[in-house]
Design a protein around this ligand. Sequence first.
Ligand code: CMC
Length: 379
Amino acid sequence: MTDIEIKKGLAGVTVDYTAVSKVNPETNSLLYRGYPVQELAATQPFEAVAYLLWYGELPTEDELAALVAEERANRTLDDNVRQAIDLIPLDAHPMDVIRTAVSLVGASDPAAYDNSRESDLVKSRRLFAKLPAMVAYDQRRRHGLGIVDPRDDLDYAQNFLWMTFGDVPDPVVACAFNVSMILYAEHSFNASTFTARVITSTMADLYSAVVGAIGALKGPLHGGANEAVMHIFDEIGTASNVGPWLDTALAEKRKIMGFGHRVYKRGDSRVPTMKVALDTLVEHYGARDLAALYDSLESEFVSRKGIYPNLDYPSGPSYNLMGFDTLTFTPIFVAARITGWTAHIVEQAASNALIRPLSAYNGPEERHINSYVPDTAAI
Ligand code: CMC
């Protein structure tokens, strides 16, 4: 064994520069290209934030109009993708469906291997436009419902909800959904973004990087936590059960989903904004029991462990109130994070170095096969 210092999980290791976003745990802030995420969530449509992440500046009126027109023109689910989704068993996890669908889009794109910045930005905008249809159709087919065609008189958030539920959403709901998409869009070198950058660093194509990122996001320690929050709410049932449930869960050393963060140790900068959005939904739907359970688990867990909620804690119940299936929560995260992932893919490709760290070997010492006779002629 050597005495090399190992940074398990790359904790605390700075591996590269990025101009896409800045997470500052000291000031509990998150900036996208310099703008505080709270300001963006309060003032911008998700389409404008996507533009900001890709191009570094908020769009002018004309630039936004062009992006919106392109997004609306590309919302329809392609026939081959729909047919492929139909072949996937209904009990497959929706993240597997989305991963497969994105892979098929890539395999069908003649420009897939054109890794130029321009081509990658075209692919990024197309995936951004197409993901809602994949997520919405997959939820609907699980309920035996047919596809709902997109409506180009609706913005991104309204249309996503329209394609999922077949109703034009109430403005309160569309606004909360827009906020969640902006908050989920980007978060520096998280596990899925780093995965995308590792794949890009080999000069593989953008689709391969996105498919890898979807795989990384699926796990409950990362994006899968928004789904897992709802599972624990179902387990607990009501606010009055929180104490005993927590006693057992902590005795069993379970991770409480939706709490804790690798970078933020004093609270996640995105939570207050999403909590306000959740409060508007609680008011809209009259969901007092859910709100009581939410508050009770938060205050009990924070007072016992001093570990604070992350974004998945308010977003899981928000998606539940909107009517999304619990299994659909992480695919919604994919539809949001496609913007951040692809901004990082473009950035990685522009100043690439193969990502290939070292390992410290701790297996058996050198040993030999007894029957092996060296071929002296070959030495
Ligand atoms: N429940 C119970 N204990 C926890 C939790 C939690 N949610 N989070 C941290 N701890 C404990 C952990 O057991 C450890 O205790 P000890 O020192 O006694 O072994 C201590 O806090 C330090 O935790 P850690 O796992 O070393 O911290 P980390 O920085 O490696 O983990 C984390 C960060 C996100 C993996 C972890 O907090 C966690 O598993 N949280 C639950 C899953 C979750 O909500 N993930 C979403 C993350 S943020 C948004 C996103 O990416 O989607």
